[in-house]
Design a protein around this ligand. Structure first.
Ligand code: UD1
Ligand code: PEP
Length: 446
């Protein structure tokens, strides 16, 4: 089979972000070829923390979240919560939140347009004050990301929903209740419905998403006083309480961050110990790494990885949990691009999530997209100037650049900062030569 260097249209990019349109640029300079070695403590999950932050709107009582990731997405969510009436304060890595009353029922485009997860405040506001207006969400654009299931759920629960001028308005005249049968498992849609009924409502959610982040939101709601049955399964029963309490909660470790570091160690043929991780949330990836010939030892909250120098290629299809996560699909693609032989990658959740492919090709990756399956012919990559077009495409480019021969410069640092806390420092601690550079002059002078 002939493999082509593939370029994808640049139209598949995330929405406007703060670095666009500015004179300077920041790049991540990666001097590749150093096998990673050392230990990484996995930080709390962005995609669990964000819906839990939205859920904090449900209660007038104080909440403390122990260990919240310090990421751009968290900052944006906090800005949105502050706009809606939340007072918050950091104490180290812990976050104190208090929303005695809702000050605005409007979640505007400027904030909701920056990321997908902010859309969940819609359900929380609707539960707490009976009405809410929200802009259509932004977030990474790697194919269609409709919100029809969110709307379907709120309507099935008895809300009146109107779409007007890029915004949705919803209101209710009684606590929302009912049965929602999702057309497909949706993480955000499931979370939206859970929040919408949390105050005095009740729902049965059929074909609910089973992702660990949904389960974590359920556990947090339980702490507030909501009854949730079926967590981790495809049918959830949620029974709200008339008034919710507060409390202190610890968010689960980030399985996508953990997976990114493991794949970086695999791509550089290094070794790595992950601590404070949930290995059971990583089953699909650990199984693939093992089938690729790498050595894995797994404890209750740690994983020890040692790469084989000569890994075996494999096929992978991203699916809903407990399948292989779509958020690791770009990153496993980067790893497989370094493994001799033929691999194949497809994504059932986001079948067109391939913004990383054209950029990986700049590093010499041989990739061929056929019928929405990416065929990969692995080889040693070389350094190049590349651009991250979404969070995990950024993760993929970092993994590829770490393994490549020579120097890479990765643009789109903003996306990496949305999803990876202290990335350059943490990679440096593993022996990698990774530097954040603030301007083109700094690059030229180097
Ligand atoms: C902040 C956050 O947690 N983001 C994650 C969340 O996104 P998000 O919650 O947006 O993803 P969903 O689980 O909702 O999407 C899954 C699939 O359902 C489709 N869909 C979704 C909603 C809807 O109303 N209609 C519809 O058709 C989507 O296009 C996609 O094909 O789960 C995705 C799938 O694991 C991850 O890639 C994202 O990183
Ligand atoms: C795609 C992601 O985030 P969002 O859903 O906010 O775009 C992600 O975390 O990889």
């Amino acid at each position: 089979m002939r493999f082509l260097r593939l370029m994808l249209p640049l139209s598949k990019v995330c929405m406007m972000h703060p670095e666009q349109g500015k004179g300077g640029r920041r790049v991540l300079r990666v001097e590749g070829g150093v096998p990673l070695s050392g230990e990484v403590r996995v930080y709390p999950a962005k995609n669990a923390a964000l819906p839990i932050l939205a859920a904090s709107l449900l209660t007038p009582e104080p909440i403390t979240l122990l260990e919240v990731p310090k990421l751009r997405d968290v900052e944006v969510m906090l800005e949105l919560l502050a706009h809606l009436g939340t007072r918050y304060a950091w104490e180290g890595r812990a976050l104190h939140l208090h929303t005695p009353e809702i000050k605005s029922t409007h979640a505007p485009f400027e904030l909701v347009g920056q990321m997908r997860a902010s859309f969940i405040v819609w359900g929380a506001l609707l539960a707490r004050v009976g009405e809410a207006r929200i802009s259509l969400p932004g977030g990474c654009a790697f194919g269609a990301r409709p919100v029809d299931q969110h709307v379907k759920a709120l309507k099935a629960l008895g809300a009146e929903v109107v779409e007007e001028g890029g915004e949705f308005y919803a209101r209710r005249t009684r606590p929302l209740s009912g049965r929602v049968v999702f057309d497909l498992p949706t993480v955000g849609g499931t979370e939206q419905a859970m929040l919408a009924v949390a105050l005095g409502g009740e729902a049965t959610l059929v074909q609910a998403a089973m992702e660990p982040e949904v389960e974590d939101l359920g556990r947090f709601l339980e702490m507030l006083g909501v009854e949730v049955r079926g967590l981790g399964g495809a049918v959830l029963h949620v029974r709200g309480a008339k008034r919710l309490g507060g409390g202190t909660y610890r968010v689960i470790p980030d399985r996508i961050e953990a997976g990114t570091y493991l794949l970086a160690a695999a791509a550089t043929r290094g070794s790595l110990t992950l601590t404070e991780v949930r290995p059971d949330h990583l089953d699909a990836l650990l199984d693939k790494l093992q089938s690729s010939g790498h050595r894995l030892e797994v404890g209750a909250d740690w994983v020890r990885f040692t790469a084989t120098p000569d890994p075996i290629p494999f096929q992978v299809e991203a699916r809903e949990y407990p399948g292989f996560p779509t958020d690791l699909q770009p990153i496993v693609t980067a790893y497989l691009a370094t493994v001799s032989g033929q691999s194949a990658v497809s994504d059932r959740v986001y079948p067109d999530r391939f913004t990383h492919v054209g950029e990986l090709a700049r590093m010499g990756a041989e990739l061929y997209l056929k019928d929405r399956t990416l065929l990969i012919h692995g080889r040693r990559l070389h350094g190049a100037q590349v651009k991250a077009l979404d969070i995990r495409a950024g993760g993929a480019l970092v993994v590829a650049a770490l393994s490549a021969e020579g120097v890479s410069e990765i643009e789109g640092v903003y996306f990496l900062e949305r999803g990876y806390e202290h990335l350059p420092e943490r990679l440096q601690a593993l022996g990698a030569r990774v530097f954040l550079q603030e301007s083109p002059l700094a690059v030229a002078a180097d």
